[in-house]
Write a protein that binds this ligand. Sequence first.
Ligand code: GTP
Ligand code: MG
Length: 556
Amino acid sequence: LRPIHRRLSCPGTVTADARGEQQSSGSAETGSEDRTPKKRFSEVQKERREQAQRTILILCPNKISEKKFLKYLSQHGPINNHFFFESFGLYAVVEFCQKESVASLQNLTRTPSMGTEAAIPFRSRFFNLKLKNSSNETSEQSCIPCCNQSPPSSKKLFELLCDAESIDDQLNTLLKELQLTEENTKLRYLTCSLIEDIAAAYFPDCAVRPFGSSVNSFGKLGCDLDMFLDLDEIGKFNAHKTSGNFLMEFQVKNVPSERIATQKILSVIGECLDNFGPGCVGVQKILNARCPLVRFSHQASGFQCDLTTNNRIALKSSELLYIYGALDSRVRALVFSIRCWARAHSLTSSIPGAWITNFSLTMMVIFFLQRRSPPILPTLDYLKTLADAEDKCIIEGHNCTFICDLNRIKPSQNTETLELLLKEFFEYFGNFAFNKNSINIRQGREQNKPEPSPLHIQNPFETSLNISKNVSQSQLQKFVDLARESAWILHQEDKDHPSPASNQPWGLAALLLPSVAKRVSHDKKKRKKPASERIKNLLESIKSSPENSTNTNGKR
Ligand code: GTP
Ligand code: MG
């Protein structure tokens, strides 16, 4: 399975396709070797948001002529781009060149009259396209190309990894296969924009912004959609512009705390989504959580959505991770692989509990890359020293300042391969003194643990908090044991140089197999079994692993 030249790949290289291009509408590039200017996080967000506001979502009949469909919609104005996808029906995402086209289409759209049921007449940007006469259309239908919105199956991914040329190639392949596509990113911003329209019924100038892995460059196809209802922009800054000795303030209702205000706002928005939101189903108000949220499924896009408000620090964390992901092409490849490895071994879970979260794993990789010599990533304190006046950001008394223009950060001189970094990651954390040290990306070095939680990862902005407080000693021990085993497997491979003809899964593929320890002892006992049978069993076991489920995020 493994060609002999697999160890000859260049350090730090990434194939064109494996670049993180989904994060900007231009040509974002995540490699330190690339010198094209990279967009700021705020620029990407602004562009994408504006693009989403000109975009509509349509449930189409299955039999449709793409040409006629586009011609029909073009009556309302020129179309910038469009794509189709399947999710319990055929959907189209259509981006007009101008926002006015959406209003023009809405003016020609009717509210359906139902039989025994009654429709809530909410005029959204989510439409249903019907054929007046289906027999005419079917004769001209063509096969509509659909964009895939789900990750490849574990089996497919496993095969691709076994066919790769080197471990570096494996990590880049995994990134390329799992990262959000351009279309999926568009669908995420569109979904936020559709929710914003609903929230705007109460708060006309609000913004609903995606945060977390949808925008921080570490999102995997199928990950949840974290949304932030931003009410801060409303009227806050205009007050300074008034002249004279008077200052106008709105009469408002007061409640005892910010938390109660957040809960009240989310409660009514939750009701709105539940009662009027087309395609919003399974709305749950989780208002007593540390960070109150409304969770729901957006049926058409297939996203599980978590809507929060008053959560500006999380948006700043997403920007910080976006910068780290864009600074060097190795960062995203390593983070994706570690997250995938953790999921394959049930170290992370979609159920809340004592597990490590993807967010914590990302922090661990960043910290590890800060500890290399020379460092691959700068510390947060260093990014703060590079900040200028316009970067200054204080949220609720926490200093969240760091440089926002990533083009002003010098690329690393470190040329280590992904293969080496993967091995060293496992060795580093397999031997880390978790009992006394805390992980701290602000300073880029271990600190004494300020409290006795088994795993301590300092929250980069609210520095007195531990982002992995939920992790139990047994989950941490499982992580350490698996890290050691993985380091051992990679080390053994180096020594044994298995022949390319052997049917053994190798490199990253070998590490993703469930229950490494069991497999090793099992393999020793059953050496006599033919390789083809062993690989068949391994494929069977990976097929039934939880990684096959679409919701793979480690949540709260
Ligand atoms: P996925 O598992 O792919 O969804 O990764 P994610 O980064 O989106 O994680 P998640 O959906 O759990 O959380 C969304 C965002 O909330 C994260 O990116 C962080 O910015 C923030 N966040 C999550 N967990 C914590 C935490 O424990 N502490 C703090 N301060 N922020 C958190
Ligand atoms: Mg998330």
